[in-house]
Structures are given as C-alpha cells and as structure tokens.
Design a protein around this ligand. Structure first.
Ligand SMILES: Cc1ncc(COP(=O)(O)O)c(C=O)c1O
Length: 408
C-alpha cells in the first residue's frame, strides 16, 4: 500500500496551526496517539516499578513495553535498551563510564561532521584521562565523510570511534558498516549517533555494526527523552557511577533515578505509529520495515522537489549535497543575506525553517559558515508538496530581494 501523506497529516493536531514545518530535525510534531499515551500513563495508577500492586506492575509494564518497542525500531535487544533524559546526557554518561578504563597513550576518534553531542563528551572524557583525540575530517565540498578519513586514524591504541549515522546539518549518511569493519579490525568500539538517521530510515544496529547506538524519540514523533542501544553483554562490562541501593542489573545500572514512565509510554506509541504509517499485517518489526521503506520513498520525493526548486533559484547556495545516501535534509544560504534574516522572513510567512549551526558547530565552521550556520529545511513524515512549494515561494521572494542585503 502506498504512503498517504494526507491520512498521516490528519493525526497531527499541531498542523492545524497552519505552519509548514521544516524544523523536524530539531524536533518533530507529535501525533494524537502519542499525546494520549503520555496523558494515559499520567492518569492511570502508576508508582515505582514492582510486582505487588497494580500501580507497580503498570510502571514495570510500561518500561518493558518501551524497551521492546525501541528494540523493534532499531533491530536491537530489549535488555540492551537504556533510557535517559537525552542523547547528550546518555553520551556524556557513557563517555565517563568507558573512560574509567582508558589511560595515557590510548586514543579516541571523533569526526568534524558530527553534532557536538557526539564530539565534546568524548573529547572531555579523553582529556580527563590523558587520552589523545584524533579528528576525522569530512570533505566540505561534497559533505561526504570518507571511510578512509576514519580508518586512516586507527591504531592499536584506538579505544573508541564516535561517528554520526547521518549529519543533522547536511544529511550526509557515512558508510557506517564499512567504518565499523575497520574500527572492529583495530579492536576499538564504535559509538553511533543515530539521532538524525532514526526518523528517516529503517535502522538495524547489527547491520550497521554499531556497538552503541544513541537516538532521541522526540525526533521521530515521540516525547523528549534519549535512548541508547547496545549489546547487553557489552553493557555488562561497563560500570558507571551509581547509587549504592540502585539496581546493578543491565540496563538499569545506566538509568540514574526514576524513569519518566509517561514519556516511555509515549515512546512506545510513537514506534507503534511509525509501524502503522502504512497499514498492514505482521510483527511490529515487519510493519516497521514496510512503513519506514515507504516513508523513505515519500521523503525522498519531497526532497527531490525541494532540491530541484532550490537549484532553479539564482542566488541560493545549497551546501554539501552528499551524493551517497542522504537523509531528506537540505542546508542552504541566500546570497548576501544573514541566515537569521532569511529564517525570520520565512517564519513570518508560516514557514518554519530555522537557521543555525544546530550544534554541529565544527561542521558549520568547516563548511565556512561560521557559527551562524545556514537555513536548514528538514522533511518529516507529515511534509507534503504544498509545504515544499510554500518554502520555495518564500526562498524565491528572498532571492529576489525581498529582504535588503546586510551592509557592513
Ligand atoms: C545528530 C544529533 N545528535 C545529537 C543530538 C542531541 O540530541 P538530544 O537533544 O537528545 O541530546 C541532536 C539534536 O539535535 C542531533 O540532531
């Protein structure tokens, strides 16, 4: 069955406000079922996890259900799914825990393509242990991160490599399986930032070769929290700081304090919603496979329309369009205009396409865009042709001189 964007849009009350949302890479809108699941968990009797009371069992069931849902979404094992406040928090925690075993002479590799949440935690953990940090550089002209750019930095002392599965600025999808092969060949661990990939593609952490895979449900139609998936056996070997009375079991050992049950219920609902984007039968993983494949096709069609439209507007520069697979995310500038002015102009016309470095600060600087970055248009499951056409109309007006260029 084909992807029906009008039917999908009907599930999103936020769209009634009328804006064309290209701000999905910052955080997607939420379908009614997700909001209802969050509210339902708050309305029901829920207490700390346990088995004696119905309220305890409900909390326990919500946690177990969310681990199963995330495992289905990522092709992971439920017992290896860790929840936290955000990807940033989970990555800081894991960096500090892993670094306990590192020492001078050891090395970690980060990339200039990554969001800072997959750079700074590793850099700072390395600094604290006297570990050397190496930086794999992407090609600013193409936006590609070559496998050799990472592989060339590996040595017998490499402990961990941190790479994004997709750039939140350019959409570039590095060849993660090829990188994984080289990283594992060097005896190192691979930490994948999947925040920007997860909303746009069917993920299989095993196929990717990720030892750790981090993502954030609020980017794929869910609530604000973070998820880290890893092999439970690997998690057994890592010992984070934790409270004395809290569980030392995996994955609970990594989940500091009480989990946000209502947000976990919302996460399960978001995964179920994604699985039902295209109605069908089968296990949730099977339905996710069909739905995410159809979503990818829909988003690719919207991206092609957007890219073709932008290419036809003189005075617009599109940055680093990676030729390999790419998420439906486009970064562009309008000649002579500050990104913030373009952003405001579009916002005033009901087109939400923010401008920033979006925390991919090293990437933005490497592209020559400084800290101001550029305008980012991200396609989401609810993006339709009229959204794209509204954005293009606004950009045409901008390029035609609707805003006076900045004079210095
Ligand atoms: C690629 C990427 N990585 C990491 C993050 C940080 O995620 P969180 O807000 O869950 O810490 C973001 C957020 O925008 C992102 O786009």
């Amino acid at each position: 069955m084909a992807y029906d964007v009008a039917a999908v849009r009907a599930h999103f009350p936020a769209l009634d406000e009328g804006a064309a949302h290209f701000d999905g890479p910052g955080g997607s809108q939420v379908p009614t079922v997700v909001a209802e699941a969050v509210a339902g968990a708050l309305r029901a009797a829920v207490s700390n996890r346990g088995v004696e009371t119905a309220a305890e069992r409900r909390a326990d069931g919500i946690v177990a259900g969310a681990r199963r849902a995330m495992a289905d979404l990522l092709g992971a094992t439920p017992e290896g799914v860790v929840f936290g406040r955000s990807m940033t928090q989970l990555t800081y925690d894991m960096a500090r825990a892993l670094a306990k075993e590192w020492g001078p002479g050891d090395e970690v590799v980060v990339t200039t393509l990554d969001h800072d949440a997959n750079i700074r935690p590793w850099v700072q953990a390395a600094e604290a242990r006297g570990v050397t940090v190496r930086r794999a550089d992407f090609d600013p002209a193409s936006g590609e991160l070559d496998v050799e750019a990472v592989a060339g930095l590996l040595s017998g002392r490499t402990r961990l490599v941190a790479v994004t599965a997709a750039s939140n600025l350019l959409g570039t999808r590095p060849d993660v399986p090829a990188i994984a092969e080289r990283v594992h060949g060097a005896g190192a661990l691979l930490y994948i930032d999947g925040v920007h990939l997860t909303p746009h593609a069917l993920v299989d952490v095993g196929e990717l070769g990720a030892d750790f895979y981090a993502c954030s449900p609020y980017k794929f139609l869910g609530p604000h929290l973070g998820v880290l998936a890893a092999d439970p056996g690997l998690l057994e070997s890592v010992h984070p700081d934790k409270l004395l009375p809290s569980s030392d079991a995996v994955p609970e050992r990594f989940e500091l304090g009480t989990l946000p049950y209502e947000l976990l219920a919302g996460t399960t609902a978001a995964v179920d919603f994604l699985a039902g984007l295209v109605p069908g039968e089968g296990t949730r993983r099977e339905r996710l496979t069909v739905s995410m494949t159809a979503l990818e096709e829909h988003e690719r069609a919207m991206l092609d329309r957007l890219d073709a439209g932008l290419a036809g507007i003189s005075g617009v520069t599109v940055h680093g369009s990676a030729s390999r697979r790419r998420t439906p995310t486009t970064l562009f500038s309008v000649d002579g205009l500050r990104p913030a002015d373009a952003y405001r102009f579009l916002a005033e016309r009901g087109v939400n396409a923010p401008a920033s470095n979006f925390y991919a600060l090293e990437c933005s600087r490497r592209l020559g865009l400084g800290d101001a970055g550029a305008v980012r248009a991200g396609i989401a499951p609810y993006t339709d042709e009229s959204d794209v056409d509204r954005l293009l109309k606004g950009v045409r007006e901008l390029a035609g001189g609707a805003v006076r260029p900045e004079r210095s």
